[in-house]
Design a protein around this ligand. Sequence first.
Ligand code: MN
Length: 294
Amino acid sequence: MTHDQTIEPREVPLGGLRGLTVHRTLPSRPLPLIGAWCFVDHFGPTEHPMKVLPHPHIGLQTVTWPIEGSIRHRDSLGNDVVLEPGELNLMTSGDGVSHSEFSDPGPMHGVQLWVALPDHRRLGPAGFEHHPDLPRVGGDGWEGVVLVGRFAGAESKATVHTPLVGVQLTLQPGRHELGLDRDFEYGVLAVDGDITVAGESVSRRALRYLAPGRAALAVEVRQPTIVMLIGGEPFEEQIVMWWNFIGRTHDEIVAAREDWQALLPRFGRVEGHGDVVIPAPPLPHVRLRPRVRR
Ligand code: MN
């Protein structure tokens, strides 16, 4: 079983060198997933705009969560939504969808996460949900917003396909005891300050991984701090992940790439960008292999 560990972020430029730089903690080499969560990008705070042109996805859900600043989402299903802080966009790719995401001018800060779809759902239809009214929870010196799953007695209506939880917590200075599900593994992302998780120091932007088996977790902060808590039952299916695609085999990914490059109807079309899309990068010269835990 994977042991508790801290994942330090890598800086990844989105959309070339002049694009927005994000801080990525998942996937990481030792840890491809936490539950079905397979991708954690933290961006900002920055004045640099997000301008992500139409691009495709398969086999996953995108979870977009602005903390500051709004993001306009347009997709091949015809949705055109401005997402405000405190609201959730959840897009389910199924076997193929495409979307664009552009921030409004001004400061921007947020996270984007991906959820791997299980076999029984991954080839299904695409879908999109905008959740402006998520459940809010709280206690002495803390408050939370439940993005997906159930936490502290509240349950989000966002549709997920494996046992999963995602919560934004705002913690006041002190020690906070969070109730957990023993069957879940968890990640705690220190969004805007250094934190202590179960006695371990975790720097701002790093992710602390916690193996299953805990019923509670102590998190300490010295100033008001936002953290993201993600978790789920360990996802046992082996995934092949490349660019914006999650599949099970090399050949599936190659086919998705070819379909996108040919602009086949599988991925639809995002209105408002003319014919401009993000082309897929070249495939590596080796066969893509499933990601495994080390
Ligand atoms: Mn995307």
